[in-house]
Design a protein around this ligand. Sequence first.
Ligand code: AMP
Ligand code: ZN
Length: 474
Amino acid sequence: MGLKLFNTLSRSVQEFEPLDPDGKKVGMYCCGPTVYDFAHIGNWRTFVFADLVRRYLEFKGHAVMHVMNITDIEDKIIKGVRESKTPLREFTGKYEAAFLEDLKTLNCREPHQKPRATEHIPEIIALIEKLIQRGVAYKAADGSVYFSIEKYRGCGCNYGQLLKLNFDEMRAGERVKSDEYAKESIADFALWKARVPEDGDIFWPSPFGEGRPGWHIECSAMSMKILGASFDLHLGGEDLIFPHHEDEIAQSEGATGKPFVKYWLHGAHLLVEGKKMSKSLGNFFTLRDLLAKGFTGREIRFLLLSAHYRETFNFTLEGLIGAKTALTRIDECVGKLREIGVQVSIGSSQETFKPELQPHGQFSSALDADLCISAAWAVVFDWIREMNKRIAENYLTAQDAAIALMSWDKIDSVLGIGAKSAAEVPAEILALAEARSAAKKAKDFKRADAIRDELKAKSWVIEDTPKGSKLKKI
Ligand code: AMP
Ligand code: ZN
């Protein structure tokens, strides 16, 4: 069965057919972080969703080129630079590095390209020049360059592809210079912002005068440079539909005359304990805040992947505790399968397909239906129940366990939650476990027991198995 996705452009669920005539290559762009602070858990919902899309396309055999921009020039960044008295690159570099670290903590596959806006000023300028030549952009008295929605529509182009707009109610002629998308109204928007004193030394020379690019044009210039004038998928959170993505379409199609993106995918927002996240409400969490509370990247990823991407997700700390329990169930089952199936190698000539052991086909059918993750999880947990039953009743052969594991590995190439990384065991705990092994080896059982008690006090148990000892969090 083919993958179907909800396309914001058509407002319907559509069969996914890449532009590549061979149906293999897929160009995918996801609006990346604005690096002025640590990314919060709402941002992470969107990036984990993008990772799910990427992983699932790869599971289905596509060769994905995943691009995610780094917005490293923008109003909030300039404010941060000014207030912290730090050079631009140093200021954004700190948050960019943190973002990439967090991306790893959540086991997201790294985008193939991560273009920075500040490194694409010539491409941005060239795109603005093209829009001026085509008569849909103009330099205003304030020295900034704006995109003219009226002229664009006058050429027969459609402004309002992602969101139906009522032009009669619009405030004609008002221009918007702010990058704060929430505050932008329907009006001409800035492509190039003339230098103002508050910008300090953050400006670039251009044919239109000194200044800096607007936020929307950055994404048009960088996505088209890497993926071409037309590409398959563009993703982001739902707040970006308007005006950011609508403006990206206008700028790109206004310059090339070609359809910009075939499928637009938008992830719904995340709330915390039922409310919009805000620092004043005390419900604002960065990934780091949650790690400091003792949760792991895996648990957070699991929770973020538990709801359908088009549903508003209510994030709670209780949900994270539930994620821990669910992951333990998966770990215990997969751990037992590995013990039983150890040393059995399954060749590609494996004859019989056993659906009750190999759920990846069913899992895939669930995701084909617009990434219906709840149905996909149901397949996983039904399979775990079945495996546990067989293990308990002692009728799962080593061969069957190995077959089941191969299927699980395929599923986990999409979910990315299976592997418990060593990094999740704190260094201090690992050191204690090693000290205990050394004590046992030296037949100092008193010391070994004392270390075991110390580990227990820190919520870790050591299980001695024929294959060595295993650490487990209580
Ligand atoms: P920003 O760094 O503000 O440009 O946002 C990065 C990404 O996070 C964008 O795709 C936003 O749409 C998304 N985003 C922002 N807030 C939330 C939220 N509360 N829930 C889900 N996604 C969000
Ligand atoms: Zn963007």
